[in-house]
Design a protein around this ligand. Sequence first.
Ligand SMILES: *Cc1c(COP(=O)(O)O)cnc(C)c1O
Length: 483
Amino acid sequence: MNQLIFEISRSGRKGYRFPKQDVPQREAQQLFGVIAAKQAPNLPETAEVDVIRHFENLARDNFAVDAGFYPLGSCTMKYNPKVNELTSREAGFTEVHPLQPEETAQGSLELIHTLTGYLSEITGMSWGTMQSMAGAHGEFTGMKLFRAYFSAAGEHQRTRLIVPSSSHGTNPASAHLSGFEVIELPADERGLVSPESLKPYMNDQLAGIMLTNPNTLGLYETDILEISEMVHEAGGLLYYDGANLNAVMGKSRPGDMGFDVIHLNLHKTFSTPHGGGGPGAGPVLVSDRLVPFLPVPDVVKTDGDYRFDWDRPQSIGKISGFYGNFGVLVRALTYILVMGKDGLTRASEMAVLNANYVMESLKDLYYLPYDQVCKHEFVFSAEKMKKDTGVSALDVAKGLVERSIHPPTVYFPLIVPEALMIEPTETETKETLDRFIAVMTEIHRLAYEDASQLTEAPRGTSVRRVDDVRAARHPVVRWEGAE
Ligand SMILES: *Cc1c(COP(=O)(O)O)cnc(C)c1O
């Protein structure tokens, strides 16, 4: 295991050499007065080479999509082409300041405008905002748009929002935070939303419905047109959680399905590496009727020039400090331009093909509760395996860690017990998928023949199994000296 940098620290050791001091020494208090620290900070004292080795070794312990297969369902951990990093590092983009005059930032404004147009076309919506900085932020913005729409219509009684039980946890959270009453709708035996189950809520209290399509089971909502007609007829709106568009780009469009608001996670489908809380972008696109309420400023083009338009009297206002996580927007536009229409369609096709290939290859070993053609991902249940052998979804995940594969998402969606949610993504080769299938087959065999190899895994990693409960109840997040 890597030591902490404080543990390799030795009092008085230095990684630098300064010339001899040739001016009188002054105390910090003399120089800075009351704001000076009373005590020197407790910093590690190490040789330069040891600092380098320390961080290098920590970095090598990281797992990333550039290091190996990362089938983390719902999160779309796909390979992100390096050309997107090159464009996002162009000095013209990195050194632009959000407060500089519009006429000196025409390229950046054009980029925002162009991307908004492409994303509107890809999703079949009318226009949108690039300001929101994450999927959840996009959802929150979408809910504000719902509220503004109903307020403008004088329909303050529309407070109920339907959210399927399979939805991403951020959906009910965003709806609740925005003041809606969340109605949780169970999936039917197909794993889908049935129009029948919506009927009781089709009245003048309905604000709308939030749907993910394909849903978090990786299944396409086949009744979506009927659902959108019902909701609109009852006076409600439809929200599309498009965090993951990997199955439908170039194939079907949320706008054509009747949705009014959608957010996208550019850091999933549109190529920005994510995980560990790095910067994201959750643009929001809307149908005609919600355009007047979009956040300010909009980026508009008049007489060949781009400028910010703040004159939107019905706008929900500003939703971020400036104009979003701009570097993520640069990557997304690069990705779209490099892929082109055909490339995006092909990415969706390959994502769906890869998911079905893995699902079909393993479904005799791992229980598949909703046995249908899936889209970009699918969900196994390890419940039977756990009953038979004691090996849980978590143990399967740890077995994969031991074998240098990032585990799938586990224990989500909540409606599948012992869930293993697998999303191979479009960029993996058949050889990589076959290796994963072989490893999952081996893990299944071990579960039935030698379970301790899994329940005690991982053994060869720098950190073995952590005590989740203790870590949650007694988190130690700061080094406080040797015991
Ligand atoms: C990732 C995800 C979100 C949340 O996105 P963040 O950027 O993490 O806020 C919402 N919905 C679905 C379906 C997702 O996969």
